[in-house]
Design a protein around this ligand. Structure first.
Ligand code: KG4
Ligand code: ZN
Length: 343
C-alpha cells in the first residue's frame, strides 16, 4: 500500500462506472479530472428501456476501448496509476460485475489498491469536481433514473439520507411519461425539449403527498395515463395536438414535487448550500426553478456541468480520491451489489 503520509507525488486514479447502460472511464490527478470518457449504449432504444443482459454484453465490449481512451486523453500510462476505482453499488448486477471484475483484475495485475464507490454518493460528490465547490453542510437532491434522494452531506464521505422515493424515481416519471406519449427511450431529455415550447399550467395532474421528506411518483404516472386515455377517446390525435403542453405540464408537476421537499429539507436542516445531482439535474426546467428558488430562499445554489449530471466515471474518480486520502481500500473478495443500501 502507498505511504499516504510521506508521499508528495501526485496521485493518479483510474475510475470505472458501469452501473447501468453507460460504460465510462475517467482519470483523475489528485482532485483534478484529466479525462472522462463515456460510451452510450444505443442498443436499448429499440426495446423502450434498458435490457440488463444486453447492457452487460455491451459493457464487456466497451470497457477496454473506453479505458484506453481515458488513459490516452489523460496522457498517462498504466504504470503511473496509484489506484483503480469502480462502482460497487447500486445498479444492474450484471453491469456492475463487468466493471468490478475489470477493476479487480487491473488492481491485481498492476499491484495497486482497489477502491469501491457507491454510485449515489458519487452523484453528490460530482459537485466537488469543479469550482465553485459547496460548503458543508451541503444539501443535495439526487434525481436519477433509478433514485430520488435528499442527502445531507456533513463531510465528503459522511452523508445522511433524509428522504427518498417510495416507488418510482423522478427519472422514471419522465421516462414513463415519454413512453405513454410514444417518445423513444430515454424520454427525459425529449420531454425537457418539448416542454420548452409548451404551457406548464395548461393541464393539472394529481400527485400523492408523502409524509416527511419522502417522495412518490407512481400516483402522478397513473394520473397522466388515465387523463390521456380519456382525452384520446374524445380526440384520437390529442397527444399529437397537445404534445408540448402535456410535456410542460408534466415537467412542472415533477419539479414542484421535488422543490417542495427540497425547501422543507433546507428549512429543517438549516442548510444554505443546496444542489441537485443525477441525470434529471440536466433538466432545464429544474435547473431554472432551482436558481429561482435559491434566490428566494437565500441559498447558495450548485448545479453540476451537464457532463457530470448523467452517469460518468469522473464522479466515481472524485469519490475515490477522497477515499484514497483516507486509506479506504477494498479487498479482493468484495462483490458488487444491486441494492442501494448506504454503508
Ligand atoms: O443518473 P443517470 O444518468 O442514470 C441513473 O443513475 O439512473 O439518470 C438517467 C435519467 C433517465 O431517467 C433520463 O431520462 C433522465 O436521467 N434525464 C432527464 C434529462 N436528462 C436525463 N430527465 C429530464 N430532463 C433531462 N434533460
Ligand atoms: Zn446515476
Amino acid at each position: 500500500m502507498p505511504d499516504l503520509q510521506t508521499s508528495s507525488l501526485s496521485t493518479y486514479i483510474l475510475a470505472i462506472e458501469s452501473s447501468c447502460d453507460d460504460t465510462s472511464a475517467a482519470v483523475i490527478r489528485d482532485a483534478e479530472v484529466l479525462s472522462n470518457k463515456v460510451a452510450n449504449q444505443i442498443v436499448h432504444a429499440q426495446y423502450g428501456g434498458v435490457v440488463p443482459e444486453l447492457a452487460s454484453r455491451a459493457h464487456m465490449s466497451n470497457i477496454v476501448p473506453v479505458v484506453d481512451a481515458a488513459l490516452k486523453e489523460a496522457g498517462i500510462d498504466r504504470q503511473q496509476l496509484s489506484a483503480i476505482a469502480f462502482t460497487q453499488s447500486p445498479g444492474l448486477i450484471g453491469s456492475l460485475m463487468v466493471g468490478a471484475s475489470f477493476a479487480k483484475a487491473f488492481a491485481q495485475a498492476a499491484n495497486i489498491p482497489l477502491i469501491a464507490v457507491h454510485h449515489m454518493q458519487a452523484h453528490v460528490l460530482a459537485h466537488f469536481i469543479t469550482e465553485p465547490r459547496p460548503q458543508f453542510p451541503f444539501l443535495c437532491l439526487t434525481v436519477s433514473g433509478g433514485h430520488t434522494q435528499l442527502v445531507l452531506c456533513h463531510d465528503y464521505l459522511k452523508m445522511e439520507v433524509l428522504g427518498e422515493t417510495l416507488d418510482d424515481a423522478a427519472g422514471e416519471a419522465f421516462d414513463k411519461t415519454a413512453k405513454i406519449l410514444g417518445l423513444p427511450y430515454p424520454g427525459g431529455p425529449l420531454v425537457d425539449r418539448y416542454a420548452k415550447e409548451g404551457d406548464p399550467h395548461r393541464f393539472k395532474f394529481s400527485t400523492s403527498e408523502m409524509p416527511e421528506l419522502n417522495f412518490s411518483f407512481s400516483g402522478l404516472k397513473t394520473s397522466i395515463l388515465y387523463f390521456l386515455q380519456k382525452e384520446q377517446k374524445a380526440n384520437p390525435n390529442f397527444i399529437q395536438d397537445n404534445r408540448d403542453d402535456i410535456c410542460a405540464s408534466v415537467q412542472y408537476s415533477i419539479i414542484k414535487m421535488l422543490l417542495t421537499k427540497l425547501i422543507k429539507a433546507a428549512k429543517q436542516t438549516g442548510a444554505k448550500h443546496v444542489g441537485i445531482a443525477g441525470g434529471v439535474s440536466a433538466n432545464s426546467g429544474l435547473r431554472a426553478a432551482l436558481q429561482e428558488t435559491g434566490q428566494k430562499e437565500g441559498w447558495q445554489v450548485y448545479i453540476p456541468d451537464f457532463q457530470y449530471c448523467t452517469d460518468n466515471a469522473a464522479m466515481i474518480a472524485i469519490t475515490a480520491w477522497y477515499k484514497y486520502q483516507r486509506g479506504e481500500f477494498a479487498t479482493m473478495d468484495i462483490i458488487p451489489s444491486a441494492r442501494a443500501t448506504w454503508s
